[in-house]
Write a protein of this length. Structure first.
Length: 137
């Protein structure tokens, strides 16, 4: 970066109030070299801008692809979601209807009810199987 300042200063080092000390006519070659250096510097800046733009475009595309993947995953899991009718209240009500359930089994069942998969299975099984399920807790 420091070279760019020196190069730019070199091009303008003959201000309008100063005269060139070169007499032999080589000053035009020096100015041309300096201008070419400025053009190269400008090309490097343009290249850097293009590289930055390309990086941002690639990052945006990657982000869009990730978002699309996450939305697809969300839809996939939504279709496999637990039946909303398997509520805790419904499960406790069903549990209360079963006769001869000890307090120990009842409390273990209340812990299991917090798992939505267990809750759905418990409500879906036939009534005569529920007590057997509870006894095994």
């Amino acid at each position: 970066m420091n070279n760019n300042r020196n190069i730019a200063a070199g091009v303008f080092h003959y201000s309008s109030s100063q005269e060139s000390t070169q007499i032999d006519g080589d000053s035009s070659d020096d100015n041309t070299d300096s201008l070419n250096t400025l053009e190269d510097s400008s090309n490097e800046k343009e290249y850097s801008k293009n590289a930055l733009v390309n990086a941002l475009v690639a990052w945006t595309r990657a982000s869009e692809a990730k978002l699309a993947f996450l939305l697809a995953e969300k839809e996939r899991f939504k279709s496999r979601s637990i039946n909303a009718s398997s509520s805790i209240t419904e499960c406790v009500t069903t549990l209360d209807k079963i006769e001869d359930v000890t307090d120990d089994i009842y409390m273990k069942a209340c812990e299991k009810i917090m798992d939505p998969h267990w809750r759905e299975v418990f409500l879906a099984m036939p009534t005569h199987r529920r007590k057997g399920c509870l006894v095994r807790l």
